[in-house]
Design a protein around this ligand. Structure first.
Ligand code: PEP
Ligand code: MG
Length: 875
């Protein structure tokens, strides 16, 4: 096997083998851009490395040696040659980019001899010794595992001794002093001298990069982003270019469009006289890229042209790293840039308009789940804000929570369901778990491309960074803004779109869809064949759903209307009634209320179908809790309360107890309620039809679909259908209005799925209730699984996804497919949809498209997500 490729041997399509960075370095090399020469060790080599128990595969070292020789020849420099040493960088490069997760070593090839040569040949000893100390520091940290702060302490010490504030004020002699101390640290910590042989340095660095694939933060990152653990990383070895040789040098990162908003402007930052990681690490706050135009206009012009060319070539927004060495531009990396949902949409839409990509490609470019960011509440623009500080608007959206300074604590509180904002001078890859658990991130240092900013954008979390007016006092767990003291636990709000920081909680408003977002969704609608409806129980939800583009309602859960404060006592009367007359009396009181509910919902959805489910949940959900009731009775007795009150409560308790069930989810619920108490379903049907008749009279077009839940047998449906039809007939006669309606059922139990062909004869529609169907197919109680045993199932990879979130295609999906095939065989025109939680989850939506459902139904806020996901399923 060939394990090593020079850049000119690779291309963009070889990403799986060369990693993202390596493949793109190859591509840039081959389109003639200025890329320092180098080579890539493949991901295959990394996989072999792990297979061999963390040993280099046979033949790798020989190939590396050949490529080093080639590099030496190409550049006319030699490893270890004091008169013109070859220096290289060694960087990781996974197939799916994992920014900051794995290791990098720069300036490799320096040693006590070559540094002298470098000092002489560059005429810049200060710089040469700075390079060497950086190398020892990075190599010491990354390869030898020595903690960063050990080196930092020496540096601080030296600055103090020299009486200077900044690193770049130190002299060559100062750096030599630092190097001496660094080498002592290395000897102390490892028991060996700092390695002087460049080949040994190189192998050790390659080894460390391979190893870093399995470091803790990389493992956590892969888990969060669902990246497979077995891909391995490639290693890129590349000739060094230097951005820190003087003021005609610099280094930077740039996006070809604004990754926050999507605006088509070159966007980025650079630092004069600095080396690679200085920008990303957020240690010095860099300058906006526009400054480069002022300082080095010629280089800027060339850079802007290169960016335009790369964007045209890749047909996507690029995230670019570059270095300027003595006025010469070098490209070090390009990749498709991470972006916020807002930017993703704008870029996709504008690229279609620029003729760069097709509508289908635009649809594929936007991650439906990422749209969540835009479908959430944000700070009311009319609110009067008390802004205490302002930083950089690094990742849009707003967040509110308690201040926390420590990632571990953020994780702990986040897991308890507390809302926290992680605050720090900057973040590092070690803080990822805390960032995940926070509502937002606030840093006092670092720019728009600092770690905090990049990672927050990737996660879709609001972030304000480089907020220099806040002074963090870790010692006392507080930060200061002028005189103001904000302590850990105090609540603040941040707005990642403006960079503002506010004390306390601020007023928020509902989201709206931007014109670009609307446009993208219109394209999605043109492409998709799967319908999208919403689950909505109130006229307000129905209106919101309509605004977001729902094509109707796929589920109205009528029980939610029963829970209202003023209705619950009547519902309890209905449930606790001992005679039919008593029950009818309670139902008579509920009828006008339900009619009002349905009137509002049907009106809000006029012209579109509205599926209304008759009463479904176990009855105990409406009754007082037996234990609490017993406690109250004891209390009443102890306080010598009114005897009749005590007796009434005791009667109630007896009834509650008699109704209690061992397995309420498998008990007296769903259409079983309709079978035992047909009068309840009759009342609900009457409410639906009276509302329908009224609306028809008022000139509205309404299409109610009456849905019977939890059916297992066609005879249940036939019986209840008759109840509904009888009421419809009565209402038609009483009102003199003719109206149209349909009757159908939910498929929520395996028996219903298995007998779909029989059940279809009595239904105009089916709707998969995949919450219950998952529960009944797996035999997992949905209310217990998540808290108790789901986590181990996922961790042990017995299940790859939580089946209550992502549809279990293998099991539940098989039943669905069977249902569709068999039901449509007897009734091709049968409408089939889904209304469980899965109806708003992209991969489940794809499955629904594949098995030929007519629609998915989800919560109103998910409707735009579903519209996009349905289109993606088609393209
Ligand atoms: C379902 O079971 O999927 C469903 C939509 O009904 P509910 O969640 O109300 O039981
Ligand atoms: Mg259900």
């Amino acid at each position: 096997t060939k394990y090593v490729y020079t850049f000119s041997e690779g291309k963009a399509e070889m990403k799986d083998l060369l990693g993202g960075k390596g493949a793109n370095l190859a591509e840039m090399t081959n389109i003639g851009l200025p890329v320092p020469p180098g080579f890539t060790i493949t991901t295959e080599a990394c996989k072999e490395f792990y297979k061999a128990g963390r040993n280099f595969p046979a033949g790798l070292e020989q190939e590396v040696e050949e490529k080093v020789a080639w590099l030496e020849q190409t550049l006319g420099k030699k490893f270890g040659d004091p008169n013109g040493p070859l220096l290289v960088s060694v960087r990781s490069g996974a197939v799916i980019s994992m920014p900051g997760m794995m290791d990098t070593v720069l300036n490799l090839g320096l040693n006590d001899q070559t540094v002298i040569g470098l000092a002489a040949s560059s005429g810049n000893p200060r710089w040469a010794y700075d390079c060497y100390r950086r190398f020892i520091q990075m190599f010491g940290n990354v390869v030898l595992g020595i903690e960063h702060h050990r080196f930092e302490a020496v540096l601080e010490d030296q600055k103090y001794k020299a009486g200077v504030k900044y690193d770049n004020q130190l002299t060559a002699e100062d750096w030599q002093e630092v190097i001496k101390h660094y080498k002592t640290i290395v000897r102390k910590e490892t028991g060996k001298d700092f390695p002087q042989d460049p080949m040994e340095q190189l192998y050790k660095a390659i080894y460390a990069v391979f190893n870093s694939w399995e470091n803790d933060r990389a493992i956590v990152y892969r888990k969060i982003h669902k990246i497979p653990d077995d891909l391995g990383t490639a290693v890129n070895v590349q000739a060094m270019v230097f951005g820190n040789m003087g003021d005609d040098c610099g280094t930077g990162v740039a996006f070809t469009r604004n990754p926050s908003t999507g605006e088509k402007v070159l966007y980025g930052e650079f630092l004069t006289n600095a080396q690679g990681e200085d920008v990303v690490a957020g240690i010095r706050t860099p300058q906006p890229i526009a400054k480069l135009e002022e300082e080095m206009p010629e280089v800027y012009r060339q850079f802007a042209q290169t960016c335009a060319l790369l964007e045209k070539h890749y047909k996507d927004m690029q995230d670019i790293e570059f270095t300027i060495e003595r006025n010469k531009l070098w490209m070090l990396q390009t990749r498709n840039g991470k972006r916020t949902a807002q930017a993703a949409i704008r870029i996709a839409v504008e690229m279609v308009e620029e003729g760069l990509i097709s509508k289908e490609t635009a649809i594929k470019r936007v991650d439906p789940m990422q749209l969540n960011q835009l479908l959430h509440r944000r700070i009311d623009p009319n609110a009067k804000l008390e802004v205490i500080a302002k930083g950089l608007p690094a990742s849009p959206g707003s967040a509110c929570g308690a201040v926390v300074f420590d990632a571990d604590l953020a994780e702990k509180l986040g897991e308890q369901g507390k809302k926290v904002i992680l605050v720090g001078t900057e973040t590092t890859p070690d803080d990822i778990h805390g960032m995940v658990a926070s509502q937002g991130i606030l840093t006092s240092r670092g720019g728009m491309t600092s770690h905090a900013a990049v990672v927050a954008r990737g996660m879709g979390k609001p972030c304000v960074c480089g907020c220099e007016s806040i002074k963090i006092d870790y010692e006392n767990k507080q930060f200061l803004v002028g005189q103001l003291v904000v302590k850990e636990g105090d609540v603040i709000s941040i707005d990642g779109s403006t960079g503002q920081v506010m004390l306390g909680e601020v007023p928020m408003i509902d989201p709206e869809l931007s014109p670009e977002f609307q446009k993208l969704l219109t394209w999605a609608d043109e492409i998709r064949t799967l319908g999208v409806r919403a689950n909505a129980d109130t006229p307000e939800d129905a209106a919101k759903a309509r605004e977001f583009g729902a094509g109707g309602i796929g589920l109205t859960r009528t029980e939610h209307m029963f829970m209202a404060q003023d209705r619950l006592p009547i519902v309890q009367e209905m449930i606790l009634a001992s005679t039919l007359e008593e029950r009818e009396a309670a139902l008579a009181k509920l009828l006008p209320m339900q009619e009002g509910d349905f009137y509002g919902i049907l009106k809000a959805m006029a012209g579109l179908p509205v599926c209304i489910r008759l009463l479904d949940p176990p009855l105990h959900e409406f009754l007082p809790n037996a234990e609490e009731l017993a406690v109250e009775i004891t209390r009443l007795k102890l306080t010598n309360s009114d005897q009749s009150e005590i007796k009434a409560k005791e009667d109630l308790l007896r009834k509650v107890r008699s109704l209690s069930e061992f397995n309420p989810m498998l008990g007296h619920r769903g259409c079983r309620l309709g079978i035992t108490w047909p009068e309840v379903y009759a009342m609900q049907a009457r409410a639906i039809f009276q509302a329908t008749a009224r609306l028809v009279k008022e000139g509205y077009q309404v299409e109610p679909e009456v849905e019977i839940p939890l059916v297992i047998e066609v005879k249940e449906l036939a019986y209840l259908r008759q109840v509904v039809e009888r009421v419809a007939q009565e209402v038609k006669e009483a009102t003199g209005v003719d109206f149209h309606y349909t009757v159908g059922t939910m498929i929520e139990v395996p028996r219903a799925a298995l007998l779909a062909d029989e059940i279809a004869t009595q239904a105009e529609f089916f709707s998969f209730g995949t919450n219950d169907l998952t529960q009944t197919t797996l035999g997992f109680s949905r209310d217990d699984a998540e808290g108790k045993f789901m986590q181990p199932y996922l961790e042990k990879k017995i299940l790859t996804e939580n089946p209550f979130m992502v549809l279990d295609r293998k099991g539940v999906g098989k039943l669905m497919q069977w249902t569709v095939e068999n039901a449509r065989r007897v009734k091709p025109e049968l409408i089939i949809g889904i209304c469980g939680e899965h109806g708003g989850e992209p991969s489940s939506i794809e499955f629904c498209h594949l098995i030929g459902l007519d629609y998915v139904s989800c919560s109103p806020y998910r409707v735009p997500i579903a519209r996009l996901a349905a289109a993606q399923a088609k393209v």
